[in-house]
Design a protein around this ligand. Structure first.
Ligand code: NAD
Length: 376
């Protein structure tokens, strides 16, 4: 098949959906590949690196005129217009953005959103949410350390002792676990909170302390189990008790990293404006839920401003909404491998395009086909 990789055009997007490594494997399977000139540059991949493995480097129109398009982000209307009707689109297409999916379906494109893959062992190698969240968790801590005007590790020097930074991580999925691991490597002391009880053991195994908020009713316990590994909204009674515990930790913290998300819903408010006001001057918050708060305002903290860093009550709030794009080379490498593994399901060797709806991963990721939204 002819595979096309256009340049990403979303603001601040530096990643690319194909690397020379994955291109080489697809070419070995008999596919032809066209990459738009410059598509990999921001991720440290030159046109020459693509050419050296047999990729044809072309202009935008030629890259879009392929049978299978590999993308990081969902295409704009003008980009969709460049696609051949009936072509296949693979990328992070926002499965909860119904209007966006309708636009894709209207362009008569067969679209697969990789974020919709189930969290199963077989889907692990194509799990874009995990590969990118892992990077976001790492980068969040690195950015916090950069903005924080003190050391992370405890230091005993001839000029006196410096205390270790206190880091609080709220939401301990893939990003939160990597944030804990990264902060630990830098020598901080860490406390973390999540709604799911299974997280406690993982937090402790990384050398951090779990902020325990016991479940007092059957309803709280059931909600905390989540669904498919994801969190569900918790009853207000539990959230109120969590808020009291979190407020104490946040007031004493030097750095707060928030990563709490609930699929298809607004991110929960975990650090209120009053909590920010009570923080020590010079503290830093990195809000990974930036832009996903109630009504699209803020993130896990309502004072967060998306894609910018602001000072509020002496606290630095970092609202970068696309942290993986700031580690573009590795983020692209892992994303491209996720894409390659997904392609094995729909482009099995020597068989052309196969859409096997009996395959749970293919069925979950399929968003549109034959002009209709097919999201399960
Ligand atoms: P996510 O990005 O959807 O959410 C981040 C975290 O926020 C989650 O841990 C969630 O429980 C937490 N959260 C939600 N509301 C909260 C609140 N009010 N207070 C505190 N925390 C709150 O999560 P994710 O990183 O995508 O991971 C979700 C789960 O999927 C994890 O258990 C992860 O280990 C699991 N997972 C499984 C596989 C697999 O089996 N193949 C792969 C990846 C992830």
């Amino acid at each position: 098949m002819l595979i096309g990789v256009p340049q990403e055009t979303a603001r601040g997007e530096t990643r690319v959906a194909l690397t020379p490594e994955t291109a080489k494997k697809l070419i070995a399977q008999g596919h032809a590949i066209r990459v738009q000139s410059g598509a990999g540059v921001a991720a440290s991949v030159t046109d020459e690196a693509y050419r050296s493995v047999g990729v044809e480097v072309v202009d935008a129109a030629a890259a879009w005129a392929a049978e299978v398009i590999l993308k990081v982000r969902a295409p704009s209307d003008s980009e969709l217009a460049l696609m051949t009707p009936g072509a296949v689109l693979v990328g992070m297409l926002n499965p909860f953005d119904t209007a966006g999916l309708q636009r894709i379906a209207a362009a008569n494109v067969t679209a697969f959103a990789l974020e919709a893959a189930p969290r199963t062992t077989r889907a692990q190698s194509m799990d874009v949410l995990s590969s990118q969240a892992n990077i976001a968790g790492y980068k969040a801590v690195v950015m916090a350390a950069n903005a924080y005007q003190r050391f992370f590790p405890m230091l005993m020097t001839a000029a006196g002792t410096v205390k270790a930074a206190k880091v609080v991580v709220l939401g301990v999925g893939v990003a939160g676990l990597q944030a804990i691991a990264t902060a630990k490597r830098l020598g901080a002391t860490i406390e973390a909170s999540d709604v799911r009880p299974s997280v406690k053991e993982q937090v402790e195994s990384l050398g951090a302390k779990f902020i325990d908020v016991p479940y007092e009713t059957a309803e709280e316990k059931e909600a905390a189990e989540g669904v498919g590994g994801y969190a569900r909204p918790m009853p207000q009674s539990w959230l109120d008790r969590q808020k009291i515990e979190v407020a104490k930790r946040v007031a004493a913290a030097d750095v707060v990293i928030t990563t709490a998300l609930i699929p298809g819903r607004a991110a929960p408010t975990l650090v209120t404006a009053e909590m920010v006001q009570a923080m020590k001057p010079g503290s830093v918050i990195v809000d990974l839920a930036a832009g996903r708060g109630p009504d699209g305002v803020g993130g896990n903290c309502p004072l967060t401003e998306t894609d910018t860093t602001v000072q509020k009550h002496g606290v630095t709030l970092i609202g970068e909404s696309n942290l993986p794009a700031l580690v573009a080379a590795d983020a692209s490498q892992l994303y491209a491998r996720n894409v390659l593994d997904f392609l094995k399901l729909i482009l099995p060797k020597d068989q052309g395009l196969q859409i096997d709806l009996e395959d749970d991963i293919v069925a979950a990721c399929l968003m549109s086909r034959d002009g209709k939204v097919t999201k399960p």
